[in-house]
Write a protein that binds this ligand. Sequence first.
Ligand code: PHE
Length: 343
Amino acid sequence: MSLQDFLSTLDGLEEEASAAFETACDADTLEAARVRFLGQKSGALRDVQKRMGSIDKADRKTAGMRLNQFKSNVQEALENAKTRLGGDDSTGADPTFDPSLPGRRPSIGHIHPVTQTMTHLMEIMGRMGFEAAEGPEVEDPWHNFVALNIPEDHPARDPLDNFYLATAATGTNDRNVEGSQLLRSQTSTVQIRVMEDKQPPIRVISLGRVYRPDAPDATHFPMFHQMEGLLVDKNVTMANLKTVLRVFATNYLGDDVEIRFRPSFFPFTEPSVEVDFFWNGSWVEFGGAGMVDPAVFEAVGYDPEVYSGFAFGLGVERLCMRRHGITDIRDLYSGDLRFLQQF
Ligand code: PHE
């Protein structure tokens, strides 16, 4: 092919393509024109490019420059056409584009009601000077039982009431082997971890997950959350405990809450109580509490003659459910957004 022929072919093609782009009345027509002239597989440009090889070596440079110019001109015409069609409805833009439609709202995450509750509880306790403390969910028997004065033969250590883990180290979930581990069954483990770490005065709360192999029903779930509180100092009394819990309850549920202690037993507190709140016409048990047992102080190396303290453990789901009128704990963990988005 001679250079002359090549150049005039390009001239003609450029005119044709620009005209086709300029007169395209909608996105589909424009796209069809683009494929016809610039398409990778069988477009006109491709055919011309193929013929470059047959041009005299001496003329190839001129041919190449013209080809580049062609490409950029045609590309520009195409871009102009796109802008024209996209920008102005009246010239026949894509009929499926309706600028009057409301935008699509991106779906953004939502904080789970139990997490919201924990943030709220932490805030209330923070105002009373309690700092947040944390402990692991996979625990050893020392922190979950032994240091909490729960002896070897205590029913709370039964495999039917705990998730003992088979680990690489033990190779078994037998609770009696050295190095056995379990999912913590209570946040009281964090009391031990805090006291092993620091000296009094101590004023902490710990919010987190605990695990017990209960069959799920309206009030039980194998994983739930507790708020543990621990205060250790000189001359701490049960009256301090009751005041802290009353202030907490009135802040969380409202001024009309009443609080009631019922005698109970926990190996790590003496005396021990069950904590009930009266609100909206009924008494509900929210957890346990008591004065830290001297045996626990001894386990962490505190002198029980010098220090005293109280501890409490409340059910987070119960607080959340009571405040929001939720009647089935399973709803909280169903993953059903229609339920969760209400909070
Ligand atoms: N750990 C106890 C439970 O899970 C609650 C508790 C905490 C009781 C602290 C007394 C003191 O039932």
